[in-house]
Write a protein that binds this ligand. Structure first.
Ligand SMILES: [Zn+2]
Length: 142
């Protein structure tokens, strides 16, 4: 019998890439930042900082043209998109109703970086499938 719990999605990313993701999110403050992580087998190896086409403090839309080019480059590198990240400059790092309804990649981890002022970033991972949100693990590699 297929066990859903043991199939929990998990993403591993090197510390350097994690730090770059956080600094990208801080640099877009007070707007939401967004980007993609590529790699394979649950390990991220490359970061693509994407423009937020909505330039908003409460929502994001990965610029479609930039995403198309990034995903083409991933394929050319033999990689796939393993995670999509964005920041929540003010609210807690949990998917908004809009985040949920616009989540189309069931095999990617949705990472949300909560930026609470000067506090350390609160980074959480989720899977979003058919409007249902599950937790995904994030492991930082040295
Ligand atoms: Zn969001």
């Amino acid at each position: 019998m297929f066990d859903v719990i043991s199939a929990m999605l998990k993403i591993r990313l090197p510390r350097s890439l994690f730090d770059r993701m956080i600094s990208h999110c801080r640099s877009e403050y007070p707007h939401e930042a967004c980007g993609l992580l590529s790699g394979g087998e649950g390990v991220a190896g490359r970061i693509y900082e994407m423009p937020n086409a909505e330039s908003s403090p409460v929502s994001y839309l990965v610029d479609p043209g930039a995403q198309f080019r990034a995903m083409k480059e991933m394929r050319e590198n033999g990689e796939r998109m393993v995670a999509i990240y964005h920041s929540h400059p003010q609210s807690r790092p949990y998917p908004s109703q809009k985040d949920i309804s616009l989540a189309f990649y069931s095999d990617a981890v949705y990472i949300i970086v909560g930026l609470g002022g000067d506090a350390p970033a609160d980074v959480r991972g989720y899977t979003i499938l058919d409007g249902r949100v599950g937790e995904a693990g994030i492991e930082i590699l040295p």
